[in-house]
Structures are given as structure tokens and as C-alpha cells.
Ligand binder design. Structure first.
Ligand code: PRE
Length: 93
């Protein structure tokens, strides 16, 4: 299989552009995953502090703020993204 086949491009020039851009996307995805892991660790600190003080793991009013933040920045799909992030950070409710 040549570069044109794996990228879906029809010319070597387009295949070169796509291959380079995919490397940048892979690097960005690694950074995004790292940031999500960092967010989950910070979120765990908050949840542990609240639970050990006698509170509940989940704080729905704060979750509404987080959902609104993502929706304002990214539109409706931002809400879905934020819901997934919250699930990654505090588990399923
Ligand atoms: O901000 C909080 O109070 C958190 O516990 C963090 C967080 C979050 O990951 O954003 C997680 C669980 C809560 O339900 C709300 C928000």
C-alpha cells in the first residue's frame, strides 16, 4: 500500500499534506489526553475533599456551570463533550 492509499488522497502531494497534518493531530491528541488525565486528578482531589467532609461526590450546580462553559465555547456538541469529560472525572451517575 502506498501513501496515497492510506490517506485516501488521489495525488502524492495531497498524501504528503495529509500525512504531515495527521502527525500534528496525533501530537495534539496526546496533549488532549494528558490534559484530561490532569483534569481527572484535580477533580478527584475536589471529590475526595467533599466526600471526606461528609458531602456527596457529585455537585450538580457545578456540573451545570461546566456544561455551560463548554456549550458557550463549542456549541451543542460542546455539551456532549463536557458530559463525557464529567463521566471520565467522576464516573457514571
Ligand atoms: O467542581 C467540583 O465540585 C467537582 O467535584 C469537579 C467536577 C468536575 O470534574 O468538573 C466533578 C464532579 C462534580 O459533580 C462537579 C464537577
Amino acid at each position: 500500500m502506498n501513501a496515497t492509499d492510506v490517506t485516501g488522497a488521489r495525488t502524492p502531494e495531497a498524501a504528503g499534506v495529509i500525512t504531515g497534518a495527521r502527525e500534528r493531530i496525533d501530537a495534539l491528541d496526546d496533549r488532549i489526553i494528558g490534559l484530561i488525565q490532569e483534569r481527572a486528578a484535580v477533580s478527584a482531589v475536589i471529590q475526595e475533599a467533599r466526600i471526606s467532609s461528609g458531602g456527596r461526590r457529585v455537585n450538580l450546580s457545578r456540573e451545570m456551570e461546566v456544561l455551560g462553559h463548554y456549550r458557550e465555547a463549542l456549541g451543542k456538541p460542546g455539551t456532549a463533550l463536557a458530559m463525557t469529560l464529567l463521566e471520565l472525572c467522576r464516573g457514571r451517575i
